[in-house]
Each structure stands twice: as C-alpha cells, then as structure tokens.
Design a protein around this ligand. Structure first.
Ligand SMILES: [Zn+2]
Length: 521
C-alpha cells in the first residue's frame, strides 16, 4: 500500500509505542474517581505496565526502565469514547450546508468512479480524524465505515493501517446496504417520475455474499490486531437497508464473535413515515426486531422518532443507544428523548457521527451539546441531564456499546491504560468550582496534555507520535484539490434527484406522525 509516511517514521511511531509498553509512572496526579471528584484531593502515583494500570498509591517508587511523567496540576482520567462515527467522509467537514438527512445523503458519498477512494485517500482520511480525536483525548472510536462502491480488502487495510499507526483504539464495521434505494423512501408514488424510479431501483454493486467476504477479510486480518487494540464490529446500516438473509448473517457473526452490531433507527421523521407507509404500519424498531437485529450487542443509533412501544422493546432487547446530538441538529433530525430513554433504563453512549455532519470530531463538544439540548425537552429542571449523567453516558454507555472488557473506562488497577492527562490549571478550570461541570460546559479539548492508549503515549507535547502530522495534512490538502472537479460533477448529478427528495421530505414534514421531536411549532 502506498503509505505517505517514510518507513523510518512508521518505525519511530512503533518504537514510541513500544517504549510506552515498558512502563510509565505518573506522579502527583489527581485521579478521576467519579463525578464527585473535586480536583483538590491528595496527589497520587499511577503505574502503567503491559498496557494496564498496574498500581496506584500515594508515592510509588520510580523503577529502572520506567518513564516518569510529572502530572502536577493535571487530572488523570479515562480516555473519552466516541461511540458512533463514520470515517469515510472525514475529508468533507464543512462541505455542505445544513440539510435534512435524506437530501444530505445525495451529496455525501456519490458513486462516481472518479470519487472512488484509493487506499492512500482512505488512509489519509482515516488518520485525519484519528489525529483530531487523540489530540482531544478520545482514545476509542467505533467506526461504521461505508465505502463506494464497496469495501475492497485494500481499502479495509488502508483504514485499519491508519488506526494502527495513529495508535487509537478502534472498532470498525462495514456499513453497506444490499438493497436498492427505492425501498428506503416513502411517498415515491407522489414524487418520483418513472425515470427517477428506475434510477432508484438499481441494485447496489456489492450484494450480501460480497459483503460477507469483506467481513471475512476484516475479521481474519484485523480483529484483535495490535494487541487487541483494533477490533471488528458488524453493521446493517439500518433495518430498511438490508435483506433478511444479510441481516441474519450479520446477527450470526455478531453473536459468534461477540461483536457490536450497528443499526441506525428512526433518525428522521421521514423514517417514521417509511415504517407506516412501506412496512405495514410498523415502526422501524419493530422491523429491526423482526429481522432479529436487536440484542444486547446492538448499538441503536439515533432513536429520535421512537414512541413508548419502541422504548419498551429496545429496553427488553437490552440494546444501547448511540446519541449524536450535534449531528442531529446539523441535519435537522430532531432531539432524542434523553430522559425517556434513561427512564426506561436504556444505556446511552455518545458519538460525533460523521465529520460531514458534526463537523468536528471532538467529544467535548458532543458532551456539552448533550448537557444542554435536553434542558428544553421539559420544564421540570430536576429532570434535566446533570454533568455526572453525561459522563456516565460517555464512559459506561460508551464501553457498553463497544463491548469493551469489564473495568474499561475506570481508573483502577487491572484496567486497560487508556488515559488522558487533563491540565486543570488551564483557563477552562480556573478557578476550579466544580470539576465535572467544568468538564462538560467549559472544556473544549485544549487542556488535554497527553493521551495514552493501551499503555502507550500516543499524544504528548502537542504532537501525535505515531504519524507525521504535517505530511499527512499536506497530503490531505493535495488530495482534496485533486477531487474537487469530481465533487462538482457529483453535485450536478444529485440535482436530478433533488425534486423527488425534497417533495417526499416536505410531505413527511407535513403529515402527522403522532409525535414531535423538533423544537418550535
Ligand atoms: Zn451514523
């Protein structure tokens, strides 16, 4: 594969990571111990060896071969978890105006040959967001990666190699539909010409067998690679996007290997109508259940336009919901009912969603939005989300979604050493009034001093150590310039479908669905 990094740079990254594996001793740190941590407690030492927290104590002795990091003035906390993300549009941040999902998707990943990614493009794109995450303290990500026209082994390898080199923990699934577009949209009789219907009836290039072959490559080549830091997941994308046979195969794979199963459900009002119009009046949560896609390993993504019956069913099946509040506003999808999910004991994880719909890959911003938007969900202020709840979603919900090992997301002996050193003498925390609230409402990622994943320091002194950031960013700019004419061509092609999509979107907005998830009248 055409890596843009010189071999010695890659080796340096690997050496840095190995050096971390010899052991690191943090001294004088405040340790995160839950939302009641006040930042003023006794300073502690924390020793990391073999990728795990080996000891915690007031003054652990330095040992030969162990790097000592003075953490005075800083808080040591578990790494942030980005539970929902799609890497393939990392190069598209800020490209589109705010648009509803259905219309936005026309422009998101057009199937033009000139825009099919090369391995080099896939590598650079993936690394862009991995760098952004590590710099802001995210140590683990779930990447629901989609590829146009489909996931070749070379592209899968490029994505995984980028995660391997950057040093982040990643779970990666292949988010592909094996069905034509026509079955995924309501109200087409009213809004689609014969020509448009024909265009929407085309089968996708990759069908179930080819997609399962791609999964075989992902699992055999990458699942458990890099000391278990890289893992596979499975994705059906959404229940309306897969055939029953493919859904069955994905569920089997999820069960057999214990892999999280990603399924987007009821992100938009159009999708609420889709269930009523095209699937016999059924909610898409019910459709997912009929396809056997709901299990304790399932990540239901968005869950905005759900009703009480949907909530009861999701709770019964034991799913986790991945909540992406910034993306949901950017695409005008609506506001998920945070308190209703919590009342049903449905675990919530937090995600950025893709970089064309957030458009930053920064979990601090996501936490702040999650901590704010639900305050307009109801007048009873005692039921508004508290800072500790948002942090619980970030770590407990995030690791549950990822099916991480027990103890993940905690500062405890034996836990994986995925850690962040946060400067609490920075502006965001000065003066220190309430640590958890300042983490949610003040911090933006700029206080992150160091990020460690699997016991290896991967970001420190302003640099991500595994890759040459300057070379990568230069390359990303060059690739974007090369792509520009193709993207313009794709936009012209999308205009042909626009009247149909606009028509059905407006019809869905007009027709009653028995609930409102939008703000205002
Ligand atoms: Zn998504």
């Amino acid at each position: 594969m055409a890596l843009i990094l010189a071999p010695e740079q890659v080796k340096n990254g690997a050496r840095n990571r190995r050096r971390g594996m010899d052991g690191t001793l943090f001294t004088n740190a405040v340790l995160w111990s839950g939302a009641e941590t006040d930042g003023e407690g006794a300073r502690q030492s924390l020793l990391v060896t073999d990728g795990r927290i080996a000891a915690i104590g007031p003054e652990l002795p330095a040992q030969p071969g162990v790097r000592v990091i003075d953490a005075a003035g800083a808080l040591l906390l578990p790494g942030l978890v980005n539970a929902h993300f799609h890497s393939p549009v990392n190069h598209m941040k800020g490209r589109l105006p705010s648009l509803p999902l259905e219309i936005f998707m026309l422009y998101e990943s057009p199937n033009l040959e000139v825009l099919h990614p090369t391995p080099e493009e896939a590598y650079v794109r993936t690394a862009l967001a991995a760098i952004e995450m590590l710099r802001t303290g995210t140590t683990a990500v779930q990447d629901d990666a989609f590829f146009v026209p489909g996931p070749t082994p070379e592209i899968i390898d490029a994505v995984m190699q980028a995660y391997a080199d950057c040093g982040i923990r990643a779970r990666v699934a292949l988010d592909q539909s094996d069905l034509p577009e026509i079955g995924k949209l309501p109200f087409l009789d009213q809004h689609a010409s014969a020509e448009v219907r024909e265009a929407l009836s085309r089968l996708p290039h990759y069908r179930a067998d080819a997609l399962l072959d791609a999964y075989e490559h992902l699992v055999t080549r990458w699942h458990g690679a890099e000391n278990g830091r890289l893992q596979a997941a499975v994705s059906c994308s959404a229940p309306q996007r897969v055939s029953p046979g493919y859904a069955r195969a994905l569920r089997d794979l999820s069960d057999r290997l214990g892999l999280p199963l990603y399924v987007h459900i009821l992100e938009t009002r159009v999708q609420r109508h889709l269930g009523m119009e095209n699937f016999g009046g059924r909610s898409l949560v019910g459709l997912a259940d009929q396809l056997d896609l709901l299990s304790p390993l399932s990540n239901v993504i968005h869950a905005i336009w759900v009703d009480d019956a949907d909530l009861r069913l999701m709770a019964e099946r034991g799913v986790t919901v991945a909540h992406n509040p910034i993306s949901n506003l950017r695409l005008g999808s609506g506001v998920m009912s945070f308190r209703a999910l919590r009342d049903h004991d449905i675990p919530i994880a937090l995600g950025t969603d893709e970089a064309i719909a957030d458009d930053a890959v920064n979990m601090w911003a996501v936490m702040k939005m999650a901590g704010l938007i639900h305050n307009i969900g109801q007048p009873d202020y005692e039921r508004w989300p508290q800072a500790g709840e948002i942090l619980d979603c970030l770590w407990t919900g995030g690791h549950r979604a990822m099916a991480s090992e027990p103890g993940a997301g905690q500062i405890a002996v034996g836990a994986k050493a995925d850690l962040v050193l946060l400067d609490i003498e920075s502006l965001a925390f000065t003066p220190l009034n309430h640590l958890a609230r300042q983490m949610i409402y003040c911090e933006n990622g700029s206080s992150v001093r160091l990020t460690m994943v699997d016991g290896a320091v991967v970001f420190a002194e302003g640099r991500v150590l595994g890759v040459d950031e300057t070379a990568l960013l230069t390359k990303a700019r060059e690739l974007a310039r090369r792509q520009r004419p193709g993207l313009q061509e794709a936009e012209i092609a999308a205009e042909k479908l626009l009247p149909t999509y606009r028509g059905l979107y407006l019809e869905a907005a007009e027709r009653d669905v028995g609930m409102n998830r939008w703000v205002g009248r």
